[in-house]
Design a protein around this ligand. Structure first.
Ligand SMILES: Nc1nc2c(c(=O)[nH]1)N[C@H]1C(S)=C(S)[C@@H](COP(=O)(O)OP(=O)(O)OC[C@H]3O[C@@H](n4cnc5c(=O)[nH]c(N)nc54)[C@H](O)[C@@H]3O)O[C@H]1N2
Ligand SMILES: Nc1nc2c(c(=O)[nH]1)N[C@H]1C(S)=C(S)[C@@H](COP(=O)(O)OP(=O)(O)OC[C@H]3O[C@@H](n4cnc5c(=O)[nH]c(N)nc54)[C@H](O)[C@@H]3O)O[C@H]1N2
Ligand SMILES: [Mo]
Length: 750
């Protein structure tokens, strides 16, 4: 029998054990002991994702209706233990370490110094962060902001862990001050999904619910590594597979977590017996998804397997798409996807056989120059057979940060639509600026050339998470004022402006008591469900303020109260913030009552019921050009990705055990033939140079390791490789940095 082109290997060559399960749990216990002590760490985990507990600070995968006491995964548990840290980076610590000294430390070391507990200020010309009080810090911030030439010199960044309430107050602060400069981590993340979905199905969010996974026949997983980044999704996938659904993984790497997974909540899983996940594996080339999807669509058309009735009633653009598919050459499809015609035929056979299909994706799809087109091509494929807006079918962009989707709903966006701004103005009496603000890339450029002079960050690690990170650090340090609301020390805090302030805040897992008693916040998961999250742990320090209180403190000092906005009053009871949100955000009407019913409420999503909010009220089929790469013979495409031991720029440890890499992160995964062609052997020290429009960027002292990756493709870890990603290289339309397609050359270090 000929070999199945989509065969799933029994084992991944670099690794022996299935993902998660007992070894994973054991890893976490060790981590919890080292950071948070066993008691605080265990208590934290017992309250994770419970109806009356707090939302997991790790990923945005939704909680199932029936939550078991162990509804956490290895990586969520590690993120929680990291928050529950018993170590303190206090005033003494900062007296001992100058900024110059801290700059020599690794990212891992900085975060491992424990929780930030004292407000800190670095004065003009100062060498150290020194202790201050919240009120003094607010006054200093107000004074510096008051000295700006115009409101658009201020940039307010948000990372996706901020709650809905904090995010809403923060954008109100920004717009009251007079700017829409509200870049966020979403700009670097799923922005391409938002644009691609918004322009085709009229809503920039996913259309499926967990229940749909119980009804689908086929799940496509493109450019996502859920075993590491969304481990709770594996239970959903394992259950679908068990039921007989097919799962096609489309990925340049054979990711262990997509192949098999030891369920931590079953005895079999604990003993290390893996459940199978993918039924088919397509090892596409980096950037080859459009080619693959076009190939599959050509086959679907050739079989006349279109849902004509659906297409006629609900979509537009079919004729153009059919003409374009017809004109697309197979030779180009095979060349760009790196797959055989048989492999594509097999995916198409499966696709037309299945009535209910879900497509899931993450950063392997969005972080390309053609990230938006990738998303549109996925939508095209689904629409051809009516796979949007029916049970068991639809799109599922799997979000990263636990509330990144909610922050956007609350108005964290540099170009919020007029309808939102008009309602905000009516409810608060302010006049929001209408001029679009800076996104994450534009903010870095503005800081670099002096158009922006003040930077406030609600969480995150902007300078390190951005493309061209060394350059962004230098740009940030040119500011007159930098302010960081944070839980742990990171490199962005060291890129201090003339005056720099760190405002430590409560973590999500901690009790937040305000004038009217204990408070809960709300978050929105990847499937648009809004629910409460209440911290249960003793705060890391009793003086710590909540994010809501800090944002209100800055706003009151800078702008003052108005007739309609009393900042302090709003934060005495977060129900008051939610009442205000209810008046502004569509779908959040009667917020306080609905969020307390059961386990929360769903935001409206027209596409889910085939009401497409597009200009012609139809879903749009797009003509997406085939992505053609024109590389010089020695050039390779680099993707930057996560290891199993980090949460974004927070590095928990230096092991990536699913890929067999231990105790180091400065490695580059290479195809053996590409190594041979450069005279490289395993463990050679290499230099990597990226090339962009005549500019180059170089990293030294990386190690080459042979790996099962398509020829011409290489992979390295984020954030270590971020200095290679050019700031000017971003996705068309969404402006997401091209973190998954950097053109590089690699040479043996001399
Ligand atoms: N434990 C943990 N959980 C996390 C995070 C974390 O750092 N740690 N981060 C959170 C955040 S913010 C996000 S956005 C998500 C990220 O979740 P993922 O998107 O899963 O994260 P990455 O590590 O960037 O993985 C990208 C995957 O895409 C594949 N890929 C790269 N290029 C291509 C391509 O061109 N085509 C295809 N088909 N595949 C490609 C890579 O091989 C890899 O498997 O995870 C969230 N959850
Ligand atoms: N090359 C490359 N670059 C990338 C990516 C990639 O795949 N490749 N991925 C991109 C993606 S998908 C994303 S989402 C961004 C992430 O960008 P960010 O969201 O900016 O970065 P994080 O590393 O998640 O931020 C970690 C910091 O957040 C702070 N923090 C943690 N918890 C809290 C809290 O509860 N409150 C507050 N106020 N602060 C807190 C801590 O100080 C911690 O150091 O990076 C992007 N950058
Ligand atoms: Mo993300």
């Amino acid at each position: 029998m000929p070999k199945d082109p989509l065969a799933v290997p029994d084992k991944v060559p670099t690794y022996e054990k299935p993902a998660a399960g007992f070894p994973g749990v054991w890893h976490v216990v060790k981590y919890a002991q080292s950071t948070s002590g066993l008691v605080r760490g265990t208590k934290a985990m017992l309250h994770l994702n419970q109806v009356k507990g707090f939302d997991c600070p790790s990923c945005a995968w939704p909680e199932p209706h029936h939550r078991s006491i162990t509804e956490f995964c290895e990586n969520g548990a590690r993120a929680t233990a990291h928050e529950a840290d018993t170590r303190r980076a206090d005033a003494d610590f900062f007296a001992k370490h100058s900024l110059e000294d801290l700059a020599t430390k690794t990212d891992h070391w900085l975060e491992q110094q424990g929780r930030l507990v004292t407000p800190l200020v670095k004065k003009k010309g100062g060498t150290h962060y020194e202790a201050t009080t919240y009120d003094e810090a607010y006054a200093l911030i107000a004074k510096s902001l008051g000295a700006l030439a115009n409101p658009n010199e201020l940039v307010l960044y948000t990372s996706g862990r901020a709650s809905n309430e904090a995010a809403f107050l923060y954008q109100l602060f920004a717009r009251s001050f007079g700017t829409n400069n509200l870049p966020d981590c979403s700009n670097m993340c799923h922005e391409s999904s938002g644009v691609g979905l918004g322009t085709t199905i009229g809503v920039g969010k996913g259309t499926v619910q967990l229940d749909d996974f119980e009804q689908c026949d086929l799940i496509l997983i493109l450019g996502q590594n859920p075993g590491t980044n969304h481990p709770r999704m594996l239970s959903t996938l394992a259950a679908a597979r068990e039921r007989g659904a097919a799962i096609v993984a489309i990925n340049p790497l054979k990711e262990v977590g997509l192949i098999s997974f030891g369920h931590p909540q079953t005895v079999r899983g604990m003993l290390g017996f893996g459940e199978r996940i993918a039924s088919h594996y397509a090892q596409v080339k980096i950037g080859g998804d459009v080619a693959l999807l076009k190939g599959v669509m050509k086959e679907v058309v050739a079989r006349d397997a279109l849902d004509h009735e659906f297409l006629a009633k609900y979509t537009e653009g079919l004729d153009e798409l059919l003409r374009d598919l017809e004109a697309t050459e197979w030779s180009d499809i095979l060349e760009e996807s790196g797959l055989s015609r048989d492999a594509i035929v097999e995916i198409a056979d499966l696709y037309v056989k299945c009535d209910r299909v879900i497509a899931c994706w993450a950063m392997g799809i969005t972080q390309h120059k053609h990230g938006v087109d990738n998303v549109r091509a996925i939508v095209d494929l689904l629409l051809l057979r009516g796979n949007i807006g029916k049970p068991g079918a639809g799109v599922c962009p799997v979000r990263g940060h636990s509330n990144v989707q909610g922050d956007r709903t609350m108005g964290i966006f540099e170009k919020m639509p007029e309808a939102f701004l008009a309602k905000l103005d009516a409810a608060t009496g302010i006049t929001s600026p209408r001029q679009h603000g800076f996104d994450a890339v534009a903010a870095a450029q503005a800081l670099e050339d002096g158009r922006a002079r003040a930077f406030i960050a609600l969480g995150g690690n902007y300078a390190r998470a951005m493309s061209d990170s060394d350059r962004v650090e230098r740009a940030l340090a040119k500011a007159k004022l930098t302010v960081h609301v944070a839980t742990k020390l990171n490199r962005t805090h060291l890129a201090a402006g003339d005056i720099s302030v760190i405002l430590p805040c409560l973590a999500r897992s901690e009790r937040d008591i305000r004038k009217n008693g204990p408070q809960s916040v709300t978050v929105e998961d990847s499937m648009s469900k809004v629910h409460l999250s209440a911290g249960t742990l003793e705060p890391a320090d009793k003086s710590l303020q909540s994010e809501c209180a800090i944002v209100a403190g800055m706003a009151k000092a800078t702008i003052g109260n108005t007739e309609a906005i009393d900042w302090e009053w709003l934060t005495e009871d977060y129900d008051r913030i939610r009442d205000l949100i209810a008046r502004v955000v569509d779908g959040c009407e009667d917020f306080n009552a609905r969020v307390r019913e059961g386990d929360g409420f769903l935001l409206p999503n027209g596409a889910r019921i085939r009401e497409f909010d597009t200009p012609n009220a139809k879903a749009v089929l797009s003509v997406v050009p085939l992505v053609r790469r024109h590389l010089a013979s020695d050039e390779l495409i680099l993707m930057t990705m996560r290891s199993h031991d980090q949460f974004n720029t927070t590095i928990y440890g230096e092991d990536d055990r699913y890929r067999g890499v231990y105790g180091r992160r400065n490695v580059i995964f290479m195809n053996r033939e590409d190594m041979d062609a450069r005279g490289l052997v395993a463990e050679d020290t290499i230099r990597i140079t990226s090339h962009y429009e005549g500019t180059t960027r170089t990293l030294e002292s990386f190690t080459a390791i042979p790996y099962d990756i398509p020829r011409g493709n290489v992979a390295g870890y984020y954030p270590e490789t971020n200095p290679l990603v050019p700031l000017e290289s971003f996705a068309d339309e969404s402006r997401t940095p091209t973190s998954k397609s950097v053109v590089v050359t690699i040479a043996k270090a001399s």
